[in-house]
Ligand binder design. Structure first.
Ligand code: ADP
Ligand code: MG
Ligand code: ZN
Length: 626
């Protein structure tokens, strides 16, 4: 992989050690050297000095504050005389005496190292402390890692740079075509920012990749960098929130500083939810995580920071838990673009398998298409793992090439591992989900409700849904008529109705549908006053004060009779919708069958194919706008 790490020389540690050692040496020198080598000049009494001056034995004198040094006349020619010292006493006559004897004399210059000494005296001891501090901090907190104490505000972002061998491109990612299309635009921004700036367009700052684990979010981000050929700073959310209190925010600032210098470039924050968790969420404000909060605030500030004229720095982030993100992160100017990276459908899985099959020796009888068909719900990472697992099995069996049998065994292994983690459907479940989803779609296509079915899929999506039917509102609707609400409730029940008709039994898969249908019916009765029996009264209390009203019945105080009547009305609405759904599906039994068979084959039906199929539905009701 083309990772170029920042130089990780633990400079702080080296400086710390040098300071520590030199400090110790300095102390030793100061304390011990004077004793060891002492003043080499013999000290004599002042009276002897005066005698020698009077006796004309002295040639030169240096008069200092604390010491008088003098040189005696030499006894032999050419050899300097002995140097002696004495302690001065208050003697105003001394200059006169020296002058009288013709002795050269001068005041001693201040000791050469006195100012230096005092500077050292002031500066070095604190340095020693700092050195000791670094020394121990480096040991303790760094845990021996490459991160010294000095660099704790330096971001740990790794930089991927273009031109490195093994760079990742969009060709390495398959099965997520929609996400790729969206990201291609980002690549354009990075390649030719000027074109967009000239026309006055605002280049998006933040793009959030959302999708289940292993679908290739990290891979896509790397591919964007590879395609655009720009520097790529990569950091994970949990690295932000680490170790030093308050350093998280500094790290973000540092990262953005570095990035701006390298613009155009990409900052990639993996697992954004680690920092971007909703502030109102878990834990509330009591004992909230200050550190994370600060980091998040810094991130928001920095993202607001690059204005129009600024360097092109695009922040890419990935998360598999978008629902936990702080809404502030998703506001315009921040991560306002979201790209869904979903599990691949049949065709996507085939393409991913083809990518990884190139890397192994494949037996010619291997049919990747059947493998793709047998692995609904597998994410890209699972498929990569599957191919590797098959290759391992082949190698273990000492085969030359990877055979279909190896794949079959590998699928079983991978599925067994996945069943706990995510949803992989077996054949029977897949069939139930197919009829269920087609049931939603057929009822939705027949009844008014303002939505057009755009896509039916039995590829497990997100964390909860087994399959899904995507309804696109044909126009923005703020007002819904009673018949449209009833239509939506019937559509929600269409899935369950289909299961009843086809299998004669029902599964747990419809529980979310029932919840939503019941809520909607209750609102019709208690909030919108749509019940003939109960009349146009609002039985629902307004906005609940959660602080005081926690756990209380949200209904207005009603008599037991009224409460009972409400329950009956709700039940009536849901049951009517249920019957309606059943009758629509019974009328369209063959169509239900044929679409379900088709979807079992291809897993996803959308676009014209879907419209054509749904156009055959019998008993179409037109939306009645009232
Ligand atoms: P995520 O970040 O979404 O959890 P990753 O990008 O880390 O997933 O995927 C892990 C690995 O799985 C990738 O390195 C790649 O080998 C493989 N992979 C995942 N999705 C795809 C895909 N769509 N196409 C090709 N390979 C994929
Ligand atoms: Mg990832
Ligand atoms: Zn459903």
């Amino acid at each position: 992989m083309s990772i170029k790490d920042k130089p990780k020389v633990p400079i702080s540690r080296i400086i710390g050690n040098i300071l520590f050692v030199s400090g110790v040496l300095f102390l030793l020198a100061n304390l011990l050297l004077p004793q060891l080598f002492g003043p080499a000049i013999p000290r004599v009494p002042y009276s002897l000095f005066i005698d020698q001056v009077e006796g004309a034995e002295v040639t030169e004198v240096l008069v200092g504050d604390k010491e008088i040094r003098y040189r005696l006349k030499s006894e032999e020619e050419g050899k300097p005389g002995q140097i002696l010292s004495t302690t001065p006493i208050f003697d105003l006559e001394l200059p006169k005496r020296l002058e009288a004897k013709g002795v050269k004399f001068a005041a001693a210059p201040p000791p050469r190292n006195s100012w230096l000494g005092s500077v050292i005296g002031w500066v070095v001891p604190p340095l020693i402390f700092v050195g000791i501090w670094w020394f121990f901090l480096g040991r303790g907190a760094g845990g021996g890692g490459p991160q010294g104490a000095l660099s704790f505000t330096k971001s740990k972002a790794k930089v991927y740079v273009e031109g490195d061998s093994g760079k990742i491109t969009f060709d390495d990612v398959a099965g997520v075509e929609e996400a790729k299309t969206e990201l291609e635009e980002i690549v354009e921004f990075l390649k030719t920012p000027q074109r967009y700036i000239d026309i006055g367009a605002r280049i998006p700052r933040g793009v959030l990749l959302v999708g289940p684990p292993g679908t290739g979010k990290t891979l896509l981000a790397k591919a964007v960098a590879g395609e655009a050929g720009v520097p790529f700073f990569s950091i994970s959310g949990s690295e932000f929130v680490e170790l030093f209190v308050g350093a998280g925010a500094a790290r973000v600032r540092d990262l953005f500083e570095q990035a701006k210098q390298k613009a155009p470039c990409i900052i990639f924050i993996d697992e954004l939810d680690a920092i971007g968790k909703s502030r109102a969420g878990s834990g509330g404000f009591v004992g909230g995580n200050d550190e994370r909060e600060q980091t998040l605030n810094q991130l928001l500030t920095e993202m607001d920071g690059f204005g129009a004229g600024d360097a092109t720095v695009i922040v890419l982030a990935a998360t598999n838990r978008p629902e936990t993100l702080d809404p502030a992160l998703l506001r315009p100017g921040r991560f306002d673009r979201q790209v869904l990276v979903d599990r691949p459908d049949l065709a996507g899985r085939l393409k991913i398998l083809e990518i990884y099959a190139q890397k192994i020796k494949l037996d010619s009888e291997v049919d990747l298409k059947t493998i793709a068909a047998r692995t609904p719900g597998f994410a890209g990472a699972d498929l990569a793992n599957l191919v590797n697992e098959a290759a391992l099995l082949a190698a273990r069996g000492k085969h030359e090439k990877v055979a279909q049998a190896d794949f079959n065994e590998a699928i079983e292994r991978v599925v067994a591992g996945l069943e706990k983690k995510s949803r992989v459907l077996n054949e029977k479940e897949k069939k139930i989900v197919a009829y269920h989803e087609v049931g939603h779609a057929l009822v939705g296509a027949t009844l008014p409700g303002g939505s057009k079915v755009a896509k039916i899929s039995i590829v497990p999506r997100g964390m909860a849904a087994l399959g899904y039917t995507l309804q696109m509102p044909t126009e923005d609707r703020f007002l819904l008529s009673e018949s449209e609400l009833r239509g939506q409730i019937a559509t929600l029940l269409g899935g369950r109705a289909a299961e009843e008709i086809v299998f004669g039994s029902i599964t747990t898969g419809a529980s979310n549908d029932l919840q939503r249908a019941t809520d909607m019916a209750e609102q019709m009765v208690t909030t919108y006053g749509m019940s003939k029996v109960l009349g146009p009264l609002a039985y629902q209390k307004g906005q609940q004060n959660t602080f005081l009203g926690d756990g209380m019945n949200p209904r207005r105080m009603v008599s037991d009779d009224t409460a009972k009547a409400i329950d009956e009305e709700v039940k009536e609405i849901v049951e009517t919708a249920h019957q309606k759904a059943l009758s629509i599906l019974n009328d369209n039994r063959e169509l239900l069958e044929s679409i379900a068979q088709k979807i079992l084959e291809v897993e996803v039906i959308e676009g014209d194919t879907l419209q054509e199929l749904l156009g055959q539905v019998k008993g179409l009701e037109l939306a009645s706008h009232s």
